[in-house]
Design a protein around this ligand. Structure first.
Ligand SMILES: Cc1ncc(COP(=O)(O)O)c(C=O)c1O
Length: 408
């Protein structure tokens, strides 16, 4: 075994700077075009519309509306469903906070479903356990580029007539039984934040095939102003969630590179999988039957009966090879965050939690065994479209050597 200190370190492309991103002459030309035109607002410019049309065409949906973050995209989706205060929205105990707080801002109660510890995704079974008469929608997050079991989830949701919102922020172009993630439920919400499969720094987009939902989403992004209507008004409470033309120009060019981004991630992930599959004590995440993964990150399950200090121990060992990894992903389940635990919302009202059924906000760990186990075991490794074989070889060797260091 080569000690980390003697090993030649290969610097891995980082999605937080140019080394791991694909900005080039195309994005620069598009941004220059916007600035030269002097039109920076998407209600007047061309790039916002071009992005929306192209995104909808690529996913095979009727409508796509750009907005200024993935959090905004989730908020727009919830607002389109239009819950009454105190209605329940089933979501996951493991996701980005941007997928959760919009529920509160629309006056609904987030009801957390447990996850499968092998994927950290919700399942039909974990969702069914927390459905109630008050469930107004289900939000599924396809984590790490790995789709949830959509066939079973849609069967359940359809049988109860509950709309499904797919948070596809991390899973652009992942497939579920021949359809793209984000196009299976009523609404798909995406994020173009810095580290995603395509990016414009901060940005997002929502998609749907439903005419009424589309209208409400468009309005919610645009202060509910009826642009082009005979008697326009501000029809309901909403916000300005518009993307700028500068963001749209970059996203439009990034969208042209999305297929390459996804294909390269898949190719490199397959190579890494192959190289580490025989290592005892770790196991990579696998898609459910009928699905494909698009690898926002590359995740391992670390067996702490075989590896000293489990995912934390392996992460520390990998650091000696200059490989940054994240044990426990978001570190703790969402329901343990102060916003939910202490119901820190509007003034001292605790609204909307003051409207909740006690069972809906029972945040006892005993209700979330999959969440506790899954977070304990997961180690999130970096990957992006700039990875080449030399990076994967270095990463695989580093993992092998790091595991040997911390093997029990
Ligand atoms: C699954 C998921 N949902 C929602 C969001 C929120 O997106 P944004 O950071 O663009 O607001 C993110 C984070 O980027 C995410 O990973």
């Amino acid at each position: 075994m080569t000690p980390a200190t003697e090993k030649e370190i290969v610097k891995l492309p980082n999605d937080q700077d140019a080394s791991g991103r694909t900005f080039g002459a195309e994005e620069i030309a598009a941004v220059t075009d916007v600035l030269t035109s002097g039109v920076l607002i998407t209600t007047k410019g061309k790039y916002g519309k071009m992005l929306e049309e192209e995104f909808a065409r690529k996913l095979g949906v009727k409508y796509a509306y750009a907005c200024n973050s993935g959090s905004a995209a989730v908020h727009v989706a919830i607002a389109a469903i239009n819950p009454n205060p105190g209605d329940e929205i089933v979501t996951t105990s493991i996701t980005d906070m941007g997928a959760l707080t919009p529920i509160i801002f629309q006056g609904a109660i987030p009801v957390f479903a447990d996850v499968d510890p092998k994927t950290l995704n919700v399942t039909a079974e974990t969702i069914e356990r927390v459905l109630s008469e008050k469930t107004k929608a289900i939000i599924v997050t396809h984590l790490f580029g790995n789709p949830c079991e959509m066939k079973a989830i849609m069967e359940l949701a359809d049988s109860r007539n509950i709309p499904v919102i797919e948070d596809t922020a991390q899973s652009f172009m992942a497939m579920c039984d021949g359809k793209y993630a984000g196009t299976i439920g009523k609404i798909g919400a995406f994020s173009f934040q810095q580290g995603k499969q395509m990016t414009t720094g901060e940005g997002g987009i929502v998609v749907t095939d439903d005419d009424e939902i589309a209208r409400r989403m468009y309005l919610f992004i645009n202060k509910a102003w009826g642009y082009g209507d005979p008697n326009p008004d501000h029809y309901f409470a909403s916000l300005n969630y518009r993307m700028t033309e500068l963001q749209a120009a970059v996203s439009y060019e990034q969208l042209k590179k999305l297929d390459h981004s996804v294909a390269q991630r898949q190719k490199m992930a397959a190579l890494l999988d192959e190289k580490i599959k025989d290592i005892d004590g770790i196991e990579s995440y696998k898609p459910v039957e009928g699905s494909t993964m698009t690898y926002w990150k590359f995740c391992l399950r670390v067996d702490d009966t075989k590896i000293e200090d489990g995912s934390v121990g392996l992460s520390k060992a990998l650091k000696t090879y200059d490989v940054a990894s994240a044990p426990r992903y978001v570190v703790k389940p969402a329901y343990k965050c102060m916003v939910f635990r202490d119901q820190n919302t509007f003034g001292d009202s605790h609204y909307p939690f003051n409207l909740a059924r006690p069972e809906a906000v029972d945040y006892n760990d005993d209700n979330f065994p999959g969440t506790i186990k899954g977070l304990h075991d997961v180690l999130v490794l970096p990957i992006n479209e700039r990875y080449e074989e030399k990076h994967i070889e270095f990463l695989a060797d580093s993992i092998r050597e790091a595991v040997a260091q911390v093997k029990k």
